[in-house]
Write a protein that binds this ligand. Structure first.
Ligand SMILES: C[S@@+](CC[C@H](N)C(=O)[O-])C[C@H]1O[C@@H](n2cnc3c(N)ncnc32)[C@H](O)[C@@H]1O
Length: 195
């Protein structure tokens, strides 16, 4: 297991095995580095591996030009074509979540927008898609450059815990219906519902 790189891919593979996940989503794929490692290890055991990304220029990764984003998208499509479970979705995270049935996924790996507001919205969008007993993983939970990840996760999912500093990933187990969120969420759900 320790030979899996990047380190967060090792955590994902461990979680897949631990909860016998067959239907997973990676939200934020970039050039498929993590997806490649996971598919190589367990791609033949999965039923669904949703690869979700906008592949669109944005301020979070300012050095990547649109032609480079398109190249990354093409590469991920080529990778996915080798695995029957792999499905590429070129959409914004919350739009992709809207198309996903509730409780249809065993594991969601969040690695898209790293701002507080982005992670907050993504948790509200994706948590309902995870089955009870499933897992959400958050990359860059402890990264100094992205304090908003930890802030949003800790606020909404207080029982999430960091895996290790090298993987930089937080783990949250969805335990029951209706009561996942920490105190921060209730206000925002109410605020959001009026928009
Ligand atoms: C850190 S990279 C993902 C790295 C990848 N998970 C890996 O480990 O190999 C972040 C990705 O999230 C995508 N992203 C950021 N905000 C997004 C959003 N709101 N919807 C969809 N994708 C988004 C970016 O396009 C970028 O490719």
């Amino acid at each position: 297991m320790n030979d899996i790189n990047p380190p967060h891919a090792r955590v994902i593979v461990q979680q897949i095995s631990k909860i016998s996940a067959r239907r997973i989503a990676e939200v934020g794929v970039l050039k498929g580095e993590c997806a490649n490692a996971i598919l190589d290890r367990v791609g033949n055991k999965l039923l669904q591996y949703w690869l979700i990304d906008r592949w669109l220029a944005y301020p979070g990764l300012p050095k990547i030009t649109q032609p480079q984003w398109d190249e990354h998208y093409d590469y991920v499509k080529t990778l996915a074509a080798q695995y029957p479970c792999a499905k590429v979705v070129r959409l914004a995270s919350v739009d992709a979540a809207e198309r996903m049935p509730d409780e249809s996924l065993d594991l969601v790996f969040m690695d898209a927008d790293h701002t507080y507001e982005g992670v907050y919205k993504d948790i509200l969008a994706w948590l309902p898609k995870v089955r009870v007993g499933g897992t959400m993983l958050f990359h860059d939970f402890a990264h100094h450059a992205w304090p908003g990840v930890r802030q949003a996760v800790t606020e909404l999912l207080p029982s999430a815990f960091p895996d290790s500093w090298d993987s930089n990933t937080a783990i949250y187990y969805k335990q029951e219906r209706g009561s996942h969120y920490g105190s921060g969420a209730q206000n925002s759900i109410e605020r959001g519902s009026g928009i």
